[in-house]
Design a protein around this ligand. Structure first.
Ligand SMILES: Nc1ncnc2c1ncn2[C@@H]1O[C@H](COP(=O)(O)OP(=O)(O)OP(=O)(O)O)[C@@H](O)[C@H]1O
Length: 229
């Protein structure tokens, strides 16, 4: 489990995370939901120890996250980090060199699943295919926790559907996944837990299934209540 406990974060004088607490379980997809600028990416970076926090703590399986934890947790940002002139197979070789947890069979499987050409250069990929390669690189690491920033943002419906299929497949398996989105409708059916954010704070954290069963409400119903209150 990832535990984010009472985290506060300032950029200069601006408080961007305000006493943030939530948990993300292994084997579940947790979704941070909120409009642009509410602090979703900052939480991801804080979990990955890529940006310092001012107070609070973040634990993975009960332990503090350090640089050594990177073999157990990975962050897939919303832009690809590979050099544009690299071919997909060169990006694979780079990842294999860099990460002990790189799983070449899984990478091959995803390449076929997404119908991508390994000889294609990153620079020449469409936006949707760039998002797929980005996701493929993260999913091909054998890690327990995956953090994905806006995996569905700005890509066409067919690519979104293909990426959504990955979320329900064995490729996610027993991992803990945290994704961010400002557009819930496409992915509502995929997520286990929703964490609603506004202006650096968490307004509500809930199990999607529990709310559906006990209150007969969808994520969007709860969002209407919370954000219009
Ligand atoms: N490096 C930085 N320096 C100063 N302010 C920053 C920095 N990074 C983010 N911010 C500010 O922190 C706030 C939260 O940004 P963040 O990127 O976490 O939001 P977000 O919810 O992920 O939004 P988006 O969906 O647009 O990425 C914003 O007001 C942003 O302007």
């Amino acid at each position: 489990m990832i535990e984010v406990k009472n985290v506060n974060k300032k950029y200069g004088r601006k408080q961007v995370l305000k006493d943030i607490s939530f948990t993300a379980e292994k084997g579940e997809i947790t979704c941070l939901i909120g409009i642009n600028g509410v602090g979703k990416t900052t939480i991801m970076k804080a979990i990955m120890a890529l940006t310092p926090i001012n107070s609070g703590e973040i634990l993975m399986d009960g332990e503090k996250i350090t640089k050594e934890s990177f073999e157990k947790i990975t962050f897939i940002p919303d832009t690809i980090t590979m050099l544009p002139q690299m071919k997909i197979n060169e990006a694979f070789a780079f990842m294999a060199d860099f990460y002990k947890s790189w799983n070449p069979q899984r990478a091959e499987e995803l390449l076929q699943f997404f119908k991508l050409d390994p000889n294609e250069r990153i620079a020449n990929l469409s936006k949707g295919n760039t998002a797929k390669v980005n996701m493929l690189l993260g999913l091909s690491l054998d890690v327990d926790y995956l953090l994905m920033d806006e995996p569905f943002s700005g890509i066409d419906i067919f690519s979104r559907e293909q990426i959504a299929e990955v979320f329900t497949s064995h490729l996610i398996e027993e991992r803990g996944v945290i994704i961010t989105t400002h557009e819930i409708s496409d992915i509502e059916h995929l997520i286990d837990k929703a964490v609603l954010m506004d202006d650096g704070a968490i307004l509500r954290e809930f199990s999607v299934e529990e709310v559906r069963e006990n209150e007969g409400k969808s994520v969007v119903d709860v969002m209407r209540e919370v954000y219009r209150a």
